[in-house]
Design a protein around this ligand. Structure first.
Ligand code: SF4
Length: 315
């Protein structure tokens, strides 16, 4: 007799699921929302150890987040990266008027919430019967159905096909846990997997999906000029799309023709490029428009990118 994958999955979740993750024990939809946004591009361990609790302590409710200054939100997000998430959270909180929508369709209207995140919040906070599809779940589906093609639209059909609508919370949590602990990207542990019986890809899991052509990340070479006046340094709050809202030092492709002292180099990896920069100290009184002067103590209160933190450590 072939036991249903739902039965084995539920049993596995009961026995081995990560039940003690705080966003699984706290039913507050707002806390679930925060965790889902943090987990979009960040590992569980990092979110758990450094960001989830301090953020909720600082902004315990949706209203607290809505009423906060964006600068404060960015400061609490500092180090988590992908700052658009923080800006969208802040905008969404202001749109919500104190109450998070209680269904996926309305959650999808908020900035920063795509289909999988809307389904996750709706399933975990309100038990709405919807499957999720984060990177881990995608990998399982590709393997379980032996799919080589990467096609998200079709994959959603498979997500619904395998989904256990009677247990949306447990099913989705189990799928995330299997993806994180068993159906691993490089070394799947099929012998321990509750989906093994019916998994079509288990004999060659690494072939599903077909591997992507490797992209070489471009390197951006820049000069970072730290303008100094007495014991104060010049920074600007960025208004560009990338790192918008964060404070940073003067950055330029061309090295200005002014006397400057080299103080070091920094490298920072971003998802779509690597920054390599020479850092200079400049005592010129000339200051590009929009910059403001700060002491080191004041800089510590600003939200900075990792690259700019590296510059501060050179001062
Ligand atoms: S049997 Fe193996 S390949 Fe299939 S879902 Fe489980 S871990 Fe992944």
């Amino acid at each position: 007799m072939n036991i249903s994958p739902h039965t084995t999955l539920l049993q596995w979740y009961e026995d081995y699921g990560r039940h003690d993750l705080p966003w699984r024990t706290n039913p507050d939809p707002y806390a679930i929302y925060i965790s889902e946004i943090m987990l979009q591009q960040t590992q569980v361990k990092t979110v758990l150890e450094r960001f989830y609790f301090p953020f909720l302590e600082r902004f315990p409710t949706l209203n607290d987040l809505a009423e906060a200054d964006l600068d404060d939100v960015l400061k609490m997000w500092e180090g988590l990266g992908y700052y658009t998430r923080a800006r969208n959270l802040h905008t969404a909180a202001r749109q919500c008027n104190g109450k998070l929508p209680d269904n996926a369709q309305d959650l999808l209207k908020l900035p920063g919430i795509g289909q999988s995140t809307a389904h996750a919040i709706a399933a975990f906070a309100y038990c709405e019967p919807l499957p999720i599809m984060d990177a881990n779940v995608k990998r399982i589906l590709h393997r379980y159905y032996a799919l080589t093609e990467r096609n998200d639209k079709k994959l959603w059909e498979y997500a619904y096909k395998l989904f256990d609508a009677a247990h949306p919370f447990e099913y989705n949590q189990a799928m995330m846990d299997i993806g994180a602990t068993i159906c691993l990207a490089k070394k799947p542990l099929c012998g321990f997997c509750p989906l093994e019986t019916n998994c079509r890809g288990k004999t060659a899991p690494l072939t599903y999906p077909a591997s992507k052509a490797k992209k070489i990340k471009p390197v951006r070479f820049r000069n970072i000029i730290v303008y100094q006046k007495e014991n104060r340094y010049a920074l600007i709050q960025r208004r560009t799309r990338f790192l918008s809202g964060l404070w940073g030092f003067y950055e330029t492709q061309e090295k200005p023709d002014t006397p400057m002292k080299p103080i070091g180099e920094i490298t920072q990896n971003y998802s779509h490029f690597t920054l390599q920069a020479h850092v200079y100290l400049c005592m010129e009184s000339f200051l590009p428009e929009g910059y403001e002067w700060f002491s080191v103590e004041e800089i510590a209160q600003l939200s900075l990118s990792r690259a700019d933190h590296k510059v501060v450590s050179l001062l």
